[in-house]
Design a protein around this ligand. Sequence first.
Ligand SMILES: [Mg+2]
Length: 359
Amino acid sequence: MRKMIESVLTRTFINQRKYGFRIATGSADVAENIAVKIVSGDESGVGCASPSDVTHETVRTVEEFLAKVPKKIVGTDEADLSGLHRRLDAIAPGNTSAKAAVDIAAYDLLSKRAGKPLREFLGGARGDSVLTDMTIGIESKDVTVKRALKHYKEGFRALKIKVGLDLEDDVRRVAAVRDAVGPKVQLRVDANQGYSVEQAVTFCEAMRTLDVAVVEQPVKAEDYAGLKRVKERSAVPIMADECVKDVADARRVIRDEVVDLINIKLMKSSGIHDAITINRLAAEAGIGTMVGCMGEIQLSIAAGLHFVLSSENVRFADLDSHFNIVGDPSSGLEFIDGTLRAPKTPGLGITDPFVDQDP
Ligand SMILES: [Mg+2]
């Protein structure tokens, strides 16, 4: 029997970050997340939105969008995911993190209904845990090295270093981290569009000598031709982030062979439904993916993690924002030996942030 969505609730959480987070395009001291709960009969699902400049959203735009959602989806079939996205798109284009929140809640609900962890509901390709990196924002060389060693002691075996403001300083910082943590730690770097094409080529050559695994979005998002020129001249794999937001962008970079890898974020792709499509298109073209995140609490980090575990084509997980949040209202993920482990319980397996937990 078809089950109908009965209600949609929202709740906003503003949390301090443990470490200031400065990247080539700006900085943030707080993490903003808006949780969504979908109720259908005796079952419910939760998801959340993390608005950012990348998706042109704020807490206010997400709250305004979500206020229009109940009227569109209450009374519709809980299992109709394509229909859900059609209805969300009919409210307004864009607003992708707001749509992701609803999408994640729907997937949580449906996988609970099926009695399976979300990763199995999505086809489950590889166990229940994956290596994640920890990201270090742009800091002085000394602070960067201190942070790298601290995270190494915490168990991280992959680090992502933000660069893109000052080429020479960037190279010095990454070299200092490599020196400090040794050859076995995987290093990734993300320039957040900070370089010119020529700078990016120079930078990538330096990264090769430091055995860096991947260089993320070295040039401006709209400069697809420039990004391709960097890829063709770089021995280190180049990853698209800001230039691939949705399925159409993914088709374009795949068709034009712009990059080696694509960073999928549920907040950019309006959730899991289109992330599946982007990952499938990439896989068909022999292009690997990473699943990254915005300033997200465990609730949507868990969705990203289950998605990583559902496909062999996802080569990297960059699911670390919750480590940098004070007082996360959601929990359930475990961090063991550098890996993030998904709960075995049905759905996301994350505590319901609409129910206040005991302190
Ligand atoms: Mg990035």
